[in-house]
Design a protein around this ligand. Structure first.
Ligand code: PLP
Length: 224
């Protein structure tokens, strides 16, 4: 893990690279939200990022997030927390209570469980549908050809407001075609949000319209 100085420096560097990528693309830097992915890093790393002005965080495990963030909220810190990892239906209650955005909605059963929990609690995390753009068998997400129907089902049958789409391109392929595909699916479904781009490719994602980039190791260092 990086120390406090290098977390602040990592954040500054990533913010500068986002600003440069938006300038090259003729976009406004305010239109790209940096989600700092602190998974596996301790609460102290999140505190250091908060001290450096970061206000949006991503975690891929509900349990880990529940241990790390509620104490920071109780201490008066204000931030938004995004779930970027798979969500089991038996964790929906905790997820709706803990996260401000859930980026991994990818199946009917989960849509129904989220709708029920949101109605019950009145909490409304922002929702992104995860698309398996590379159709990788081991990876979560809706297949590209099934995405239009799934979005319609979320909206019409479950009454869910969908903010955008999220993808994790195959590790061994250029990311750009996957980002372009995600943007096209979003466009034809009138979705404004595009969560795409990680440490290795967030500038490419910004060029292709990302509204949210999820950056971990470029800020916090390598994961143990
Ligand atoms: C871990 C993770 C990231 C961040 O990856 P880095 O390469 O460390 O920037 C982004 N998105 C998802 C879904 C992740 O699980």
């Amino acid at each position: 893990m990086n120390g406090p100085d290098s977390i602040a420096a990592g954040l500054a560097d990533v913010r500068r690279r986002i600003a440069e990528a938006t300038a090259r693309a003729g976009r406004n830097p305010q239109d790209v939200e940096l989600v700092a992915v602190a998974k596996t890093h301790p609460q102290s790393a999140v505190e250091q990022a908060l001290a450096a002005g970061q206000r949006v965080f991503g975690e891929n495990r509900v349990q880990e997030a529940m241990a790390k963030y509620p104490p920071l909220r109780a201490a008066g810190h204000e931030f938004a927390l995004h779930l970027i990892g798979p969500l089991q239906t038996n964790k929906v209650r905790e997820a709706v209570a803990t996260f401000d955005a859930i980026q991994t909605l990818d199946r009917s059963k989960l849509a129904a469980a989220l709708a029920a929990e949101m109605a019950k609690t009145g909490r409304r995390p922002r929702l992104f549908v995860q698309v398996n753009t590379g159709a990788e068998p081991q990876k979560a997400g809706v297949l590209p050809e099934a995405t239009d129907a799934f979005i319609a089902e979320c909206r019409e049958r479950h009454g869910l407001a969908i903010e955008g789409l999220m993808c994790i391109p195959p590790a061994d392929e250029p990311a750009a075609p996957h980002f372009a595909l995600l943007r096209e699916i979003a466009r034809r479904n009138s979705l404004a949000g595009l969560s795409m781009g990680m440490s290795g490719d967030f500038e490419t994602a910004v060029a292709l319209g990302a509204t949210h980039v999820r950056v971990g190791s470029a800020i916090f260092g390598t994961r143990g």
